[in-house]
Design a protein around this ligand. Structure first.
Ligand code: ACO
Length: 324
């Protein structure tokens, strides 16, 4: 029993926030943001919910796959910014797309979320439990940003990306490897709700904005991207030259410049679109995958490495042998 991606989709809010617009509200500049990160603009919700973005991305992926909502057996949404604590975003998506025969749940693995969801999809399919799985990475990160904190506010954007994974006689998704490094949890955090009840009063120190140690994450990311590529090449008995594209989580172009230079990898094989979207956490890999799919950059037989990394800390990678 094998597994294959048969459709992709994406959705972003209407509002574009450029670096120039950002510099009108914060002490920052296009020059600083672009030279440090590669970001020029990002999409920001003016009311579009995470559910709406996930539903739009899911419908786009269904259309691309030729399947209907009722064909879907499982929906996994990866998100750190769900609209509600309950119901899950996946259950809300289920209703909107008419996936009445599916099981649906959310997972939290930050920027590795899409690869984690892919791993879950592959395992459910290979166990013969389910045939068609919809996986989505969706975020409205703008709601967990402190808009007076220039260090974080300039980095992130909102959006959702989706893929339909199905069973196949041959295996097109191999070498999936997802890792969690809880001991580094403190380097990227965002609180949920405060404990506030008849025994515990509100504390002025409580914040539920995203906070991160950028330098630590930068080092972590470089290390795990390099490790992930090397592990896949070894497991699959391939050379870097055999890989057509790498789709890394879109966190910072400088990370990719550093890796390409250090390892002497062809920089052009790393697909980057951070310039237009910013860092959309779990949505960044499926948005990139969909963009490549719709631009016809992906041809049957191509080998693509996906690599996610982020809060948890977590990381995950997979080799996708493209066949549509
Ligand atoms: N505009 C202008 N100046 C700024 C800005 C800004 N937006 N932000 C920070 N600065 C200033 C700082 O105050 C500092 O000034 P100082 O030297 O006077 O103190 C200076 O610029 C340098 O700041 P650094 O934080 O040292 O900048 P650095 O080069 O490390 O870049 C960045 C920061 C872009 C965050 C980088 O560390 C990075 O990309 N880290 C990885 C982020 C990441 O990948 N996160 C993981 C995924 S996110 C997730 O899982 C949800």
């Amino acid at each position: 029993m094998g597994v294959r991606i048969i459709g992709t989709g994406k959705a972003v809010p209407k509002k574009v926030l450029t670096n120039e617009m950002m510099s009108e509200i914060l002490d920052t500049s296009d020059e600083w943001i672009y030279s440090r990160t590669g970001i020029k603009q990002r999409y920001i919700s003016t009311g579009e919910t995470n559910t709406k973005l996930c539903v739009d991305a899911a419908k786009d992926a269904l259309k691309d796959s030729g399947l209907k909502g009722e064909d879907i057996d499982l929906i996994v949404v990866a998100t750190i910014t769900s609209d509600k604590l309950t119901p899950s975003t996946a259950c809300l998506v289920q209703t909107e797309i008419g996936a009445k025969n599916s099981m649906a749940f959310d997972i939290v693995a930050a920027c590795s979320g899409f690869v984690y969801a892919l791993d879950i999809a592959v395992k459910f399919i290979k166990s013969n439990e389910y045939k068609n799985v919809l996986i989505i990475g969706g975020e409205v990160l703008s709601k967990i940003l402190d808009w007076s904190d220039r260090k974080n506010a300039v980095l992130f954007g909102d959006g959702a990306g989706a893929a339909i994974v199905t069973n196949d006689e041959s295996d097109y998704i191999t070498s999936i490897n997802c890792v969690s490094v809880g001991e580094k949890a403190h380097t990227l955090t965002c609180n949920s709700l405060e404990i506030k009840n008849l025994y515990k009063k509100h504390s002025d120190d409580f914040s539920n904005y995203l906070s991160m140690d950028g330098k630590e994450i930068f080092k972590f990311a470089i290390d795990v991207i390099e490790k992930s590529i090397e592990k896949i090449l070894k497991e699959e008995n391939l050379r870097f030259e055999d890989i057509d594209y790498i789709i890394p989580h879109q966190a910072n172009s400088r990370m990719i410049d550093t890796i390409a230079k250090r390892k002497n990898y062809d920089r052009n094989k790393f697909y980057m679109n951070i310039e237009r979207y910013g860092n959309t956490s779990s949505a960044s890999i499926p948005i990139a995958l969909d963009e490549m799919n719709k631009k016809n950059l992906l041809k049957d037989g191509m080998k693509i490495i996906l690599i996610g990394f982020g809060g948890g800390l977590t990381y995950g990678s997979a080799l996708v042998n493209w066949k549509k």
